[in-house]
Design a protein around this ligand. Structure first.
Ligand SMILES: [Zn+2]
Length: 377
């Protein structure tokens, strides 16, 4: 099943409908009730399905169907054909995160007709471009009154229960300057310099969080980070540049407020603008939000956490620095934990792989879960 799903090249920018159709047919044989929600162009879909009894409660197994691109990466084998070698399965999406979905789909037929509680699967599109797709699936559930009592997001955690992840907000800032011959620089507005001052301010924010916290040592990077990843501006040294743009992000601890970080940055822009406006009132900064993933912070005492600890035999709980769809389920009132096979270390890289031992561990966990759900509880 892992090989079958990896064989659909569901890179985020491309359609995932062939995979969704395949999964839908599998689920139809289990008398599942299937709900699809689409993107604006109807080229991509989320699939939500209920197997077993209908009604309130039940557990969601959740994963994204999209994968990151392979262009520019040096693969030793075809990324969309699974290769088994030295106790590993190689292929795009093996760790992030088609194996979890595949294992669930492979096990379900044996248990579907005996389930005593609803078992749901939620497979999304466009996770890799900022957790964009799953929002529509969650809205659809709310409209339809489907209220699962817990959710496991199978992102690669080496099968450890993960109860927290950072939130992320990213932005593009464009600077409107005023061009001139560089000999007349004082009569113009230099967009590159204005961008540089704003980026330098972001760096002071980054240093403050690095040196002064707040800290949560459960995360491998134990504080909120501020990062600028792209900066463009200017055309020639003898022209005062009239535009510049830069992209930056906040990756914040669950306890830090990203709106407060943004407000601090906006106050910096407001301090820079009067000097620009004194030359030309049309100059200034424009800010747009690129993506938003809320932080996840689930109490270790939650029932869903206890369940996953019991199923995996792993009493530890972890926190991770990357974002997942878990926070969106959690915000919709569905208690959620992240636990899945494979390592994030292998994700997004050439020669992505999953250890067969991880596949076996995940199979073991899901088998225990499904067996439990066939008994009255
Ligand atoms: Zn993922």
């Amino acid at each position: 099943m892992i090989g079958k799903l990896v064989g659909f090249p569901t890179v985020s920018r491309d359609s995932n409908l062939a995979l969704i159709d395949y999964v839908r047919e599998l689920l139809a044989k289990m008398n599942a009730e299937v709900r699809l929600t689409f993107d604006d162009d109807r080229r991509k879909a989320n699939l939500f399905a209920t197997i077993g009894p209908r009604g309130d409660g039940g557990l969601v197994l959740s994963g994204h169907t999209d994968v990151v691109p392979v262009q520019g990466q040096a693969w030793d084998s075809d990324p969309f054909t699974i290769l088994e070698k030295d106790g590993r399965l190689y292929g795009r999406g093996t760790s992030d995160m088609k194996s979890f979905i595949a294992i669930a789909l492979a096990l379900l037929p044996q248990y579907a007709s005996q389930l005593k509680r609803p078992l749901h699967v939620a497979f999304s599109y466009d996770e890799e471009v900022g957790c964009i797709g799953v929002g529509r699936l969650i809205e659809d559930l709310a409209r339809a009154g489907v209220r699962p009592s817990g959710c496991i997001v199978g992102e690669p955690t080496l099968m450890a229960p993960v109860i927290a992840h950072k939130g992320k907000k990213s932005y593009r800032c464009s600077v409107r300057g005023l061009a001139a011959h560089s000999a007349y620089a004082p009569r113009a507005v230099n967009a590159v310099e204005a961008a540089a001052e704003a980026v330098a301010f972001l760096k002071t924010m980054a240093r403050r969080h690095r040196d002064g916290g707040p800290f949560d040592h459960g995360f491998d990077v134990p504080h909120t980070t501020v990062h600028t990843g792209v900066l463009h501006g200017g055309t020639a040294l003898n022209i005062v540049p009239h535009d510049a743009t830069f992209d930056f992000e906040f990756r914040h601890l669950p306890g830090d407020d990203p709106e407060a970080l943004l407000a601090e940055f906006k106050a910096c822009l407001a301090r820079l603008e009067p000097e620009m406006h004194a030359i030309d009132a049309r100059t200034g900064f424009d800010l747009i939000e690129l993506s938003h993933i809320p932080a996840l912070d689930v109490s270790a005492e939650t029932q869903i956490v206890a369940l996953v600890q019991e199923l995996t035999g792993n009493q530890e709980t972890g926190k991770v620095s990357y974002g997942t769809e878990a926070s969106q389920f959690q915000r919709a009132g569905i208690p959620t934990v992240v636990c899945g096979p494979g390592s994030i270390e292998q994700a997004h890289k050439p020669n992505e792989y999953i250890d067969l031992a991880q596949v076996a561990e995940c199979e073991n966990m899901l088998r225990k879960l499904l067996e439990r759900m066939t008994r009255s509880m």
